[in-house]
Design a protein around this ligand. Structure first.
Ligand code: BGC
Length: 258
């Protein structure tokens, strides 16, 4: 087990949460810190809060890079989309803004990609060596596609068009709340969504995360799919843990990964 923890930070719509992660165990080394997301949540305003989180844990994280998640497409350190976040993230050099503000390397990743890697490395999919599709049901739908432990980033399958709609507007957990749906009314929407993903990708396993996965027993057993579908295990720790893992991996810090 390594002695140095890697800081993972999860940027969400209401809170920015961070914790040092022990990547040997795949769990928080100490309790997490949560600070409300600023309004407006521009990259610069969020960088200030990310810096506060990093300063809070400075004694525990050595010189390791910091992993940060964002609910957007991220390529080469730039955020390329903003489905449920401030539009100023589109085409922002976000990784550079964070790295400059923190004065240390920051690795920025899509939130669902981070959660997905955490579930594959340490959680519900850790024994699966095939094609795993991790989905998070929240404000939007996040997706991570991982084949034999290797992530294909930014799949954004929450936005596939089904029956003329952007899928997440119909099947995210927020759609259930917005429309006041009972589980008996929400399940057909999930059925339509997961059967479409199954037809397109033939995965070996679906893992379902997001806050609503706490109640997975109320909807997962009702889905009729060929593919096994199971709840995420790491719940709201997955983004932070996966961000830390991806940051250490991207930096080639194999010393931190075991
Ligand atoms: C965004 C994704 C994100 C997902 C979950 C979607 O609306 O486009 O980037 O992963 O929500 O937060």
């Amino acid at each position: 087990m390594s002695n140095t923890a890697v800081l993972g930070i999860d940027i969400g719509g209401s809170g920015i949460k961070g914790a040092p992660v022990d990547l040997g165990r795949g769990d928080f080394a100490t309790d997490r810190l949560r600070i409300p997301t600023p309004t407006p949540s521009t990259p610069q305003a969020v960088a200030e809060v990310v810096a506060q989180v990093a300063e809070h844990f400075a004694d525990q994280i050595g010189d390791a890079p910091i992993g940060v998640t964002i609910p957007a497409v991220v390529t080469h350190g730039r955020t390329r989309s903003a489905a449920n976040i401030d539009k100023s993230w589109i085409d922002a050099a976000a990784e550079q803004i964070f790295t400059e503000r923190l004065g240390r390397p920051v690795h920025l990743v899509n939130d669902a990609d981070a959660a997905g890697m955490a579930e594959v490395k340490y959680g519900a999919a850790r024994d699966n060596d095939g094609l795993v599709m991790v989905t998070t049901l929240g404000t939007g739908i996040g997706t991570a596609l991982i084949y034999r432990g290797v992530l294909v980033p930014n799949t954004e399958l929450g936005h596939i068009e089904i029956d003329g709609h952007d899928a997440e507007t119909q099947a995210a957990a927020s759609a259930k709340t917005r429309l006041g749906l009972k589980y008996s009314e929400y399940v057909p929407r999930l059925q339509r969504y997961y059967e479409t993903l199954e037809r397109l990708f033939s995965p070996d396993l679906f893992v379902v995360g997001g806050g609503i996965s706490k109640e997975a027993d109320k909807f997962l057993p009702k889905l009729a799919l060929k593919t096994p579908i199971i709840p995420a295990e790491l719940r709201n720790r997955a983004g932070i843990i996966g961000a830390a893992w991806l940051a250490a991996d991207a930096a080639g810090r194999t010393d931190l990964l075991s």
